[in-house]
Design a protein around this ligand. Structure first.
Ligand code: SF4
Ligand code: SF4
Length: 300
């Protein structure tokens, strides 16, 4: 991260904590709900089957920038499917940088060639070893690993949502993140029990066991892009939701925190690590602050 970006974000954090402000800093633009996969835990693929047009996406980016957002995510569906005429995902990333977003990240399922060195981070879903990943995401493991090996930059971060199928496959994903040259780290979430996927959710004891294993792997030197200081709240579910500093734009509609904010009762069972990390940070939790400084400076 550039020093100027770091100073900007640090000043934002201090203002938010000291004056209890709720301005957003992290924003997501949904590019499409089209996806080439139908993962077992997913509730958002192919609902409308649209690629949002460039003008819509650009307007959503401008709205977020005007609100103060400076960390931008492009998300799907599958982001690498997005295009409008000759414009592709790469053009959007370049435009976002030119507009002044300080960090521009892309979320992908990794089944398309990964040639996007302009992105700060590519969050790529890997949900276990071959057997468990494929049980969740179809026969995609080998394609994804081949794409990671052929990637044109070292800006990949694995993204693993822990659920009943893959809770025993934390180590292989940490080892893949450690050993593959284009991968910087792995970032974990717990499965958030959207309607129809509730049976995949982990119990409190299972979450505790996962956090203990992740913590032990961090001590062994595994590159984990999460804050250990937030684990207790993630296990107990005792963190404030939703995250007011995070917003999402989809087709001109703004949601605070996530598109899931309208699902009754879901926020109380939220499994997204970023929500715990950000809400604790902006409440002034000193351990989370120190942890975030160390972790973000290491991986971004
Ligand atoms: S790749 Fe992502 S959007 Fe597509 S089905 Fe899987 S979880 Fe859903
Ligand atoms: S806190 Fe609520 S809106 Fe935010 S990510 Fe979790 S479930 Fe979604």
């Amino acid at each position: 991260m550039k020093a100027s970006s770091f100073l900007y974000l640090a000043a934002f954090g201090l203002r938010t904590i000291l004056f209890r402000r709720e301005d957003p800093i992290l924003g997501t633009v949904i590019l499409t709900d089209q996806c080439n996969l139908t993962c077992k835990h997913c509730s958002v693929n192919n609902l409308r089957g649209v690629l949002y047009p460039y003008a819509r996406v650009r307007a959503d980016m401008e709205t977020l920038y005007a609100m103060g957002v400076r960390i931008l995510f492009f998300c799907g569906g599958e982001t690498f499917l997005w295009r409008d005429g000759t414009r592709t995902l790469r053009d959007l990333v370049r435009e976002a940088k030119a507009m002044g977003f300080l960090i521009v990240n892309v979320v992908t399922n990794g089944t398309f060639p990964i040639d996007l060195p302009e992105a700060d981070l590519i969050l790529l879903s890997l949900d276990g070893d071959r057997e468990r990943h494929n049980a969740i995401r179809g026969e995609t493991y080998d394609t994804i690993l081949e794409n990671v090996r052929r990637a044109t930059a070292d800006n990949i971060c694995f993204y693993m949502a822990l659920n009943q199928i893959n809770k025993g496959a934390i180590r292989p994903v940490c080892e893949a993140a450690r050993d593959l040259p284009h991968v910087r780290a792995v970032s974990f979430n717990f499965h958030t029990p959207y309607p129809d996927t509730e049976t995949l959710a982990l119990s409190r004891a299972e979450k505790a066991a996962c956090c203990a294993e992740i913590g032990a792997l961090m001590e062994e030197g595994a590159p984990v892009f999460n804050l250990r200081s937030a684990f207790p709240a993630l296990i107990e579910g005792g963190f404030p939701t939703p995250c007011r500093q995070c917003v999402v734009m989809e087709d001109g509609k703004l949601s605070v925190c996530g598109r899931c904010v309208d699902v009754p009762g879901l926020c109380e069972r939220c499994g997204y690590f970023f929500v715990a990390e950000y809400t604790l940070l902006f409440r002034g939790n000193v351990r989370v602050m120190a942890d975030m400084l160390r972790t973000y400076l290491k991986y971004i």
